[in-house]
Design a protein around this ligand. Structure first.
Ligand code: IPE
Ligand code: IPE
Ligand code: MG
Ligand code: MG
Length: 291
């Protein structure tokens, strides 16, 4: 089976489970549930849930035991996109080729749909049918990766750095927190579901951190070089908002090189794992969009 087919099979598996875990729009508050489904089930790449599943499978463990962790990560990713698009943050109208959640449902429902997805993600982990010790580990990894030391802290720095001159260190911190932390957590959580030892768990985290950073650098580059039709979201917006990005600090070509280098370094971390071929493919996929 080719990598693309495998990835789309994982996406289908995740979407079917998400449909089951997300509250029904027939239940009250209907509009909230409709907004949650609208955003969470819209056509994204499902990269983070795929990383959870593939990281679990890398230890020759059936990846289905990690399915709810994969769904939890996608719910939290979806929350972050809804809030990232709000007028108070990036003020975007287009996401995954569709009107953004707040354009479709209004700001109040969009904010609340994000909040509810955030909570539901943790509930999905708490309900997992794994040894309690592993569930606690998953909770610790996920909570840490989305709070101030992760996604939310990174988003804050991103917003506060608009139209500022930022140092290389600050830029890397923004990208590591707003994007790499959840991607690293996805990989680490897959390893935890599989019962990996702490050394391998740490290796998977580092792998995820590197491809996460590469992925956000690629996102910065594509914001300048791609089109809204291809990306399903606005282009040129980073420059308009005066965002701190790799291309503004280093230029397009050095940014692309940096992303490719990070993906290569990431793959090199995993050579001893029994089943690392798919992880290698994902590392390439995170940056291949640049070519
Ligand atoms: C978009 O993430 C936000 C970033 C962290 C760059 P993705 O590029 O994974 O978005 P979807 O899920 O495919 O829409
Ligand atoms: C990515 O933010 C990180 C999060 C959404 C948490 P961006 O603002 O760079 O991503 P896009 O380009 O809107 O997807
Ligand atoms: Mg943003
Ligand atoms: Mg944005």
């Amino acid at each position: 089976v080719s990598f693309e087919v495998q990835l789309s099979q994982y996406a289908k598996l995740v979407d079917n489970r998400l449909k089951h875990l997300l509250p029904s729009p027939k239940e009250t508050p209907c509009e909230l549930h409709e907004a949650m489904q609208y955003s969470c089930l819209s056509p994204g790449k499902r990269l983070r849930p795929a990383l959870v599943l593939v990281s679990c499978a890398a230890f020759s463990t059936d990846e289905k035991i990690a399915l709810d962790a994969a769904c939890a990560v996608e719910m939290i990713h979806s929350f972050s996109l809804i809030h990232d698009d709000l007028p108070a943050l990036d003020n975007d109208d287009l996401r995954r080729g569709n009107p953004t959640c707040h354009v479709k449902f209004g700001e109040a429902v969009a904010i609340l749909a994000g909040d509810a997805l955030f909570a539901l993600g943790f509930e999905a982990i708490a309900n997992m049918n794994l040894p309690a010790e592993r569930v606690v580990k998953l909770m610790k990894i996920l909570t840490r990766s989305v709070g101030t030391y992760g996604l939310v802290g990174g988003e804050t720095l991103d917003i506060l750095s608009e139209n500022q001159t930022v140092s290389t260190v600050t830029l890397e911190t923004i990208h590591l927190r707003k994007t790499a932390s959840l991607i690293a957590a996805s990989c680490e959580m897959g390893a935890v579901c599989a019962g990996a030892n702490s050394e391998d768990q740490e290796r998977l985290r580092l792998f995820g951190e590197k491809i996460g950073l590469a992925f956000q650098i690629a996102d910065d580059v594509l914001n300048e070089t791609s089109t809204a039709e291809v990306l399903g979201k606005a282009v040129g917006s980073d420059r308009e908002l005066g965002k701190a990005t790799y291309p503004t600090l280093f230029g397009l070509e050095p940014s692309k090189r940096k992303a490719l280098e990070l993906a290569f370094e990431a793959s090199n971390l995993l050579t001893h794992l029994p089943n690392h071929a798919l992880l290698d493919e994902i590392a390439k996929y995170a940056v291949n969009r640049l070519k």
